[in-house]
Design a protein around this ligand. Structure first.
Ligand SMILES: [Zn+2]
Length: 84
């Protein structure tokens, strides 16, 4: 069985209300959503998650205050993560 590679990335967004970086990051596709757990501003991305496709929107949900918002100007998670 192949080993599934995963890597950790830093997320460049915070809760607009309480500035927390413990977030659920949700990518919305036409018929699906994919979400990532962001803890202290870091997410783990499995290479298997990053398939070519057409996500159209990214939302965040704050684990600390419950705020749920749309991350403006972003269509896929790639646009808000950087290598650590
Ligand atoms: Zn918050």
């Amino acid at each position: 069985m192949p080993v599934r590679q995963s890597e950790f990335k830093s997320v460049k967004t915070k809760c607009p209300k309480c500035k927390s970086n413990n977030l659920d990051i949700i990518e919305l596709w036409k018929n699906a959503t994919i979400s990532w757990d962001c803890r202290n501003g870091v997410i783990e991305i499995n290479n298997g998650n990053l398939e070519p496709g057409n996500p159209h929107k990214v939302e965040g949900r704050c684990y600390d205050c419950g705020k749920h918002w749309t991350i403006r100007g972003v269509r896929q998670i790639d646009e808000i993560v950087v290598d650590i």
